[in-house]
Design a protein around this ligand. Structure first.
Ligand SMILES: Nc1nc2c(c(=O)[nH]1)N[C@H]1C(S)=C(S)[C@@H](COP(=O)(O)O)O[C@H]1N2
Ligand SMILES: [Mo]
Length: 429
């Protein structure tokens, strides 16, 4: 760039170069005075008007990262687990860092993980899917057979039925990652279960499927035929690439909108039958103990739910003024119709703006502009789905279900903003 003559800058000509030169001069003189942002820099030498380090040398070439990774400056955005929650990491759960994610898609490396016997390390060449039972012809598919079949790509969430489970008896966890991070949302690609069942031909008496995983847990679950035919997919890809090992590589079942537990990973066997199978998983774990002493079972779909991801315990407010309240809403029963936000603990509600696509059984992003006056506030979100179902308050849910459940807690949560701008997980009743 040709050097500007000082006279030109002084005349504040509208010529672009003169304008740029003028602004640099202004920044330079102001930088020595209090200038927002300067105090937060790790090295003021990188700030204007200096030439930062990264502008002074060549960077890595295209051959250095054949598979890209996030910036090293984002290395705190990771899955985390709660060590006291389970006895071993092989049968445990890690949580998605919801507060740091944007939009509705969960990056593959941040999808929450729930394993009962660790990650199966499967060579796809040696993996087979068997479909047998009440069928006209039992078949065994290779991965190549499955990838040859007509495919679909669908965006859906997977949510563990235990999401929010630690909050039944009181506010316990100081991070939205832990209160709600047992949910993730990806674009899944695979073959519809109905296509596979067409291939084997189901007998008239066939009413149930048993899906079995190839991990050391050999996890199985019964799935009613109407759901299998409606929208279940046998998936091999996740957000454009092959499934991650943690998500069931090379093949998993996806049961959209229903308990994550039914989406059997490392899928190796589907048996077709006329009644549900009573497995350990179903009879002892995924039921909800009610105040009466009876337990609910077949609580398949994930109820309509929502959470504010920012401000949140991880995202405090830096001084009064404009704040965008944003979060996620979802329902296992279809699409989200509306999300309301309250800043006074549920006394007044305002409809939030829905941003981006509103998809069937997928995360939906909401946003609301807010001006924080610096006083304590109680933030809540309440989702309503297309069936008209309204996300319940804690008190109402407890009245109905008691406090002995582990699963299916979809109550409204409250984030308390304190005067300093930090955020606390509280329960109002
Ligand atoms: N084979 C097998 N499938 C499985 C599991 C497992 O341990 N083994 N965990 C289940 C549970 S409880 C949940 S919530 C989901 C979690 O899927 P993700 O690990 O991809 O998030 O997988 C389900 N499928
Ligand atoms: Mo789960």
């Amino acid at each position: 760039m040709a050097k500007q003559k000082p006279e030109q800058a002084r005349t504040r000509s509208l010529d672009r170069r003169a304008f740029l030169k003028g602004s640099v001069a202004v920044v330079g003189s102001v930088a020595t005075v209090a200038y927002p942002g300067v105090s937060q820099a790790t090295n003021p030498e990188n700030l204007p008007p200096h030439v930062p380090e990264w502008s002074q040398a060549l960077g890595d070439g295209v051959d250095v990262t054949p598979y890209g990774q996030p910036s090293t400056y984002e290395n705190t955005v990771v899955r985390r687990n709660v060590p006291w929650l389970t006895a071993t990491p092989e049968s445990s759960i890690s949580f998605t860092p919801l507060a740091d994610l944007q939009g509705i898609i969960t990056p593959n490396g941040l999808h929450f993980c729930r394993h009962h016997a660790g990650v199966a390390d499967i060579n796809p060449e040696d993996h087979r899917l068997i479909i047998h039972g009440l069928v006209d012809r039992q078949l065994m598919f290779t991965m190549a057979d499955i990838k040859r079949m007509p495919a679909v790509s669908r965006i859906h969430f997977v949510e563990c039925a235990a999401n929010g489970g630690m909050e039944w008896r009181g506010a316990q966890l100081e991070a939205v990652q832990f209160t709600h991070g047992m949910i993730s949302c990806c674009e899944w690609t695979g073959v519809k279960m109905s296509t596979l069942l067409d291939e084997v031909g189901i007998k008239p008496a066939a009413k149930w499927l048993l899906a079995e995983g190839a991990d050391a847990a050999g996890m199985t679950r019964s799935i009613p035929m109407h759901k299998a035919l409606e929208d279940c997919i046998v998936v091999y890809a996740q957000n454009g690439e092959m499934l991650r090992p943690e998500q069931g590589y090379p093949l998993r079942l996806l049961v959209p909108g229903w308990e994550g537990n039914m989406s059997i990973k490392w899928l190796r066997r589907i048996e077709v039958g006329d009644q549900p199978w009573h497995t350990r998983e179903e009879t002892s774990k995924y039921t909800d103990l009610m105040p009466s002493g009876k337990a609910r079972q077949f609580t398949w779909f994930q109820e309509c739910n929502s959470v504010i991801t920012s401000p949140s315990m991880e995202k405090s407010i830096d001084g009064k003024g404009f704040v965008e309240i944003t979060g996620l809403a979802w329902t296992g029963q279809g699409k989200i119709k509306r999300v309301d936000v309250s800043v006074d603990g549920g006394k007044n509600w305002q409809s939030a703006q829905i941003d981006g696509p509103v998809l069937d059984k997928a995360l939906t992003r909401f946003r609301m502009a807010w001006r924080w006056d610096g006083k304590p506030a109680l933030l809540q979100s309440r989702a309503i789905d297309e069936t008209g179902y309204v996300q319940p308050e804690f008190a109402d849910l407890r009245r109905l279900r008691g406090e002995w459940s582990i699963y299916h807690n979809n109550s409204i949560h409250t984030w308390k903003i304190n005067t300093g701008g930090d955020v606390e997980n509280v329960q109002l009743s």
